[in-house]
Design a protein around this ligand. Structure first.
Ligand code: M6R
Length: 586
């Protein structure tokens, strides 16, 4: 998490990095800061809160070189002191950092013993003191030495009072951009895309130095120079705007009218080839985090039901427990919107170390996962700005459904089902439907708990529904497999407890309805999400009868409900508290 941007060139640097920072806010938004060099002096400006609210003209820093940072705190409270950039004791070095310095306590103790004065609780501060300590060796050598000493995944940028910039990447994203006599370093391309589309990818364990208007790349391990290609990115400058919508979240939910078509529109021969690889692999792992992890779990059910093929899903942060089963015949399918999630990247690294093949399902083109995977699919949902994932989720579900049908030798059938589903979603997303769900949100907004049940393909969606409600409304929400309720959780049900039942027209419909009955008998208030109404439902939300695509249609009303709950409770649906869009720390 955290977003970094640096600029060095002939223009006023601060407005450029502040605007860039606003494009990185999805990576964290609890505080921000900027530092620039003017007259061989580094000046810093920091604030708690979102950079989106910052007005460049109010930041009185000048100079042609600047670094900036938007924070998702890991070490130390959300205070100006803990916000980046951090300065060395002599004020001649400033550092911004994304990641965690796992051995910071040991390093800090040593530095304090050597006389360094720390002003924050942040792990990052050790980096700037270490740079100061090694500075006599020259900037390049200092960065190489310090990068080698840090444990954990991180990327940092150093700026000197002389106006030099250097950066290191070890496990967290970092990209360089080249303009006309100017350079940018950032966590992600959109931060500088309005200025240049010429990028140089910094790979893991590499560093760079910008001196005398020249950029040079080096291996951190050997210090040897690395020649880099400049790649021209064929993207338009980040144009995702809210348009007539009040929030990105509802805009992105509504965009599912289009995004499903785009997700399905994959290269058929690639789908068939990958489906064959899945069929022939000696063990396939679907790996992801959060919502993408629930998509992976759905994938396991989809392949079992449609292709009679057993795949394993694993939450990426738990994947180390499965590492002993990796061989060169294993296939890993990594699912990620951003393509930057640290736990997924670690799982990919361990798969690659065993020579297993890695195929990724991603939304962000050019992401780290795209570059480190053997093959990838872009799910084409378009820029997803809201922290709460919606359109990328259903796009991932659509591609996995296609793959499952292709693995069963029924790609045509799968495609027809998904096209029908896309068309049904298009009809479903209308103002009357939204209003019906808003009324339910009114009923639920003051509840302390909401439970969701589902079976088979819709069990992972019950878990995903809980994530959606938690993220936007801060209401305690929990998903259960319908059959599990009577083994414990049913004790939580009392008069009026809301419980959402995800019911598809499938082989587990009757059992799910029975589970809803069991809850209702104990006073529960049953909200049915289903193609047909049922006596057990106190509130019914109709969804299209989508067969094996039911996870897609069942999660959409929950997304709308989550949005409406946030709005009714006066919360920010786009940037919920404590979260970040791209989770680049473990
Ligand atoms: O970018 P990724 O898909 O790898 O992100 C994984 C999770 O962090 C993400 O799905 C998260 O759970 C969302 N905020 C859910 O809405």
């Amino acid at each position: 998490m955290c977003g970094i941007i640096a600029y060095k060139g002939p223009r006023e640097a601060v407005p450029i990095v502040i605007e860039g920072l606003k494009k990185l806010e999805y990576r964290g938004y609890d505080s921000w800061g900027v530092a620039s060099v003017s007259g061989k002096r580094i000046a810093v400006h920091k604030k708690v809160g979102k950079v989106g609210k910052a007005v460049s003209s109010e930041i009185r820093l000048k100079g042609n070189t600047a670094i900036a940072h938007t924070r998702w705190g890991t070490h130390g409270g959300i205070t100006e002191k803990n916000a980046h950039p951090h300065l060395s004791c002599d004020g001649k070095y400033a550092v911004v950092h994304n990641g965690i310095v796992e051995n910071y306590q040991e390093l800090k103790k040593k530095l304090i013993g050597e006389g360094h004065k720390f002003v924050s609780e942040s792990d990052t501060e050790v980096i700037v003191h270490l740079i100061e300590k090694e500075a006599g060796k020259g900037l390049k050598n200092a960065v190489q030495k310090v990068a080698g000493e840090l444990k954990g995944r991180s990327a940092f940028v150093v700026m000197t009072a002389e106006g030099e910039i250097a950066a290191s990447r070890k496990g967290s994203p970092l990209i360089a951009g080249k303009g006309n006599g100017e350079y940018y370093i950032a966590s992600d391309i959109p931060a500088f895309l309005e200025h240049t589309n010429k990028v140089m990818y910094v790979d893991d364990n590499e560093m760079l130095v910008i001196e005398d208007s020249e950029i040079k790349f080096y291996s951190i391990a050997t210090g040897k120079e690395i020649q880099k290609r400049t790649v021209e990115i064929d993207w338009k400058s980040e144009s995702a705007e809210k348009g007539d919508y009040k929030h990105f979240l509802i805009k992105e939910i509504m965009e599912q009218k289009d995004t499903l078509w785009r997700a399905i529109n994959q290269d058929e021969s690639k789908i068939i080839n990958v489906a064959n690889e899945i069929k022939n692999a000696y063990g396939t792992f679907l790996v992801g985090c959060g919502t993408a992890g629930k998509v992976c779990m759905t994938g396991e059910y989809l392949f079992a039901k449609i292709a009679a093929k057993h795949l394993n899903h694993a939450i990426a942060s738990e994947f180390p427990s499965y590492e002993p089963f990796l061989t060169s015949k294993t296939l890993m399918i990594a699912v990620s919107q951003s393509g930057e999630t640290a736990d997924v990247l670690e799982a990919i690294e361990s798969a690659k170390s065993k020579k297993a093949k890695v195929i990724s399902l991603l939304n962000v083109f050019g992401s780290t996962m795209m570059r480190v995977s053997d093959e990838f699919f872009i799910v084409n949902a378009g820029t997803e700005k809201a922290v709460v994932s919606t359109k990328a989720t259903t796009a991932q579900l659509a591609v996995l459904t296609l793959l499952a049908y292709a693995a069963a030798g029924k790609l045509g059938e799968g495609k027809r089902l998904l096209l029908d589903t896309a068309s049904a979603v298009n009809d479903m997303l209308n103002p009357r439907y939204e209003e019906h769900i808003r009324k339910l949100a009114e009923r639920l907004r003051s509840n302390e708990n909401i439970y969701i049940i589902g079976r088979s393909l819709n069990y992972p969606m019950a878990l995903e529904a809980a994530i959606k409600i938690q993220e936007t409304s801060y209401i305690h929400a929990e998903g259960f497999a319908g059959g599990e309720l009577k083994h414990g959780p049913i004790a939580l049900i009392s008069k009026g407890t809301p419980c959402i039942a995800l019911v598809a027209n499938d082989h587990v419909k009757d059992e799910t309805i029975s589970n809803a009955m069991e809850i209702k008998s104990r006073g529960g208030y049953i909200i049915g999400i289903s193609p047909e109404n049922n006596d057990v439902f106190d509130y019914w939300i109709k969804v299209p009868d989508a067969g094996n695509a039911s996870p897609i249609v069942n999660i959409i009303p929950i997304q709308i409900l989550a949005y409406q709950l946030a709005v009714l409770k006066g919360l920010d649906p786009d940037m919920p508290r404590n979260l970040a869009k791209s989770v680049t720390v473990k």
